[in-house]
Ligand binder design. Structure first.
Ligand SMILES: [Fe+2]
Ligand SMILES: [Fe+2]
Length: 201
């Protein structure tokens, strides 16, 4: 059954305990964002036949590291011998690509799909499981989001999760290019994997 698929080894804290940890780690507005992502991820899980509890937990913890000081990320990049190229970026990239390690170590979550969902939630990945796609999209379309095209993104995502992934990936790259911002290499790899031949209009 859906709710039995996470063993206590994979999830030593209850959902309520995790909620408290997120509340302690985040500003009030970001805390409410993660609760909306949790709910949206659960809604998308239902329509895509993905484990609802795992999707909810992944949505809840996806921004756990968002408000950590830069020094924590820089220390982790060095300690874990991650790609030194990461040092050229900042919190926007680090909180997922590095932040999953804090989720693993501090929230003691060992479920690899939940950890990868956190890791890929901003930059995506060439290969994303449905659960990983769900967190990527739930972060983008949760009800508090308001940007041109958000309604189209919501409809597309609930109709066809993969098309939603293509839509967000294209919009993100277009935004970065339009604003002369640096593009993290993984974002380009994600684009090449998900956008061409996706059927996106
Ligand atoms: Fe995030
Ligand atoms: Fe987020």
């Amino acid at each position: 059954m859906e709710n039995d698929q996470l063993s206590s080894a994979e999830l030593p804290f209850t959902r309520d305990q995790l909620v408290q940890k997120l509340k302690d780690a985040l500003t009030d507005s970001r805390f409410h964002h993660v609760l909306r992502v949790e709910q949206t991820a659960m809604d998308l899980a239902k329509t895509n036949h993905v484990d609802v509890k795992r999707a909810g937990i992944a949505g809840l913890v996806h921004d756990y590291a968002k408000q950590r000081p830069d020094a924590d990320f820089i220390q982790a990049i060095k300690h874990y011998h991650l790609d030194p190229e990461l040092l050229n970026y900042g919190n926007a990239i680090w909180h997922g690509v590095v932040g999953w390690l804090f989720v693993k170590n501090e929230l003691r979550i060992s479920d690899i799909e939940i950890l990868n969902a956190v890791r890929y939630h901003t930059v995506g990945h060439e290969y994303m499981t449905p659960l990983e796609q769900i967190v990527y999209m739930a972060d983008y379309i949760e009800p508090g989001r308001d940007f041109p095209g958000v309604d189209e993104a919501r409809q597309l995502t609930f109709d066809n999760l993969k098309l939603g992934v293509a839509y967000q990936t294209k919009q993100t790259l277009a935004y970065l290019v339009e604003n002369n911002k640096p593009v993290f290499p993984q974002t380009i790899a994600t684009y090449n994997s998900w956008v061409p031949d996706s059927g996106l209009k």
